[in-house]
Design a protein around this ligand. Structure first.
Ligand code: PXG
Length: 288
């Protein structure tokens, strides 16, 4: 495997960063996770736009134009002969000193990994997921805006640990005032009274690329998509619930906190969205 590191393609074993890198010392950096479908890099432009927005939000200068970043991604994907897979693009504040001062970090570190991905086994997509509501809350937007895709994922990881300990696979994260935000690495949707509902990102969720794509597909599925503040009762009472994310794609949720959602099987609307999304991944992105 070849990994892109600061302008060079290096072997996996040589792809190492300094222990003084503030990405490692402080989680000071941003990242993207991008899918490749049959030599099509899905919504690369949208991912790079979000990456650069996240970098601006943490006052991190990416020492490369977006056009050159596209080239770097394509170069990495090609070097690994990938048809289908996953790109992890990471920008850190770079090597500095001990101490938070970002001025000590003279140059951002850029690395790009292109590899295979399978988040859940196939049967989970057919049967649906059991999930829980986590006690750990999503970041308070005024302390760290959840729209920033930063290297700080600790509370999401704590929520994921809660899910695993309870024998499930994902966890819903609430805001500090009990609104539904999203899951640890996915956005959440509820089918309710014929409408497709998802929390507004301003409540404290990532502006998911898959989320955007799914909302735009609602017409094709004969539904109206709408952002709405949701509480857990809205989710428990939904006809269908599903999650969206680059890694998970679209996956049905069949129980939450041990309560059955809808019929307890992936719903017809969810299945339609999965079908339409699959079609979209065949055409929407950068062909290389
Ligand atoms: N919420 C959070 C907190 C996320 O981290 C999403 C929603 C979905 O966004 P997209 O743009 O992917 O539809 C994410 C995405 C990984 C990994 O390697 C994580 C994500 C995506 C891809 C890979 O853990 N998170």
């Amino acid at each position: 495997m070849k990994v892109y590191l600061d302008g060079k393609l290096v072997e996996r074993e040589k792809a190492v960063v300094s222990v003084f890198d503030h990405g490692l010392l402080y989680g000071d950096g941003v990242f993207e996770g991008i899918r490749i479908y049959n030599k099509l890099i899905f919504r690369l432009k949208e991912h790079l736009d979000r990456l650069y927005r996240s970098a601006i939000a943490i006052e991190l200068k990416i020492p490369m134009t977006k056009a050159d970043m596209v080239k770097a991604v394509v170069r990495t994907v090609k070097a690994n002969n990938l048809r289908d897979g996953y790109v992890r693009l990471v920008i850190t504040r770079g090597p500095g000193d001990l101490g938070l001062d970002p001025r000590r970090c003279k140059k951002a570190t850029i690395f790009i990994i292109a590899d295979k991905i399978a988040l859940y086994p196939d049967e989970f997509y057919q049967k649906g997921l059991a999930i829980i509501t986590a006690r750990t809350r999503r970041n308070y937007p005024r302390s760290l805006d959840p729209r920033i895709k930063s290297l700080n994922y600790l509370n999401n990881i704590l929520a994921k640990i809660e899910a695993i300990k309870s024998g499930t696979d994902e966890a819903i994260m609430l805001t500090c005032d009990d609104h539904v935000a999203e899951c640890t690495g996915d956005n959440i949707f509820a089918v309710h009274g014929g409408e497709l509902l998802t929390p507004p990102v301003s409540v404290g969720a990532l502006e998911g690329i898959t989320r955007e794509a799914v909302m735009a597909l609602a017409d094709k599925v004969g539904m109206k998509a709408r952002e709405k503040m949701l509480k857990m009762d809205d989710i428990y009472g939904a006809e269908e619930v599903f999650l969206t994310g680059t890694a998970a794609e679209i996956i049905s949720v069949i129980t939450i906190d041990g309560r059955k959602i809808g019929t307890g099987k992936p719903g017809v609307k969810t299945l339609s969205f999965m079908k339409e999304f699959k079609k979209l991944t065949k055409s929407d992105g950068l062909r290389y």
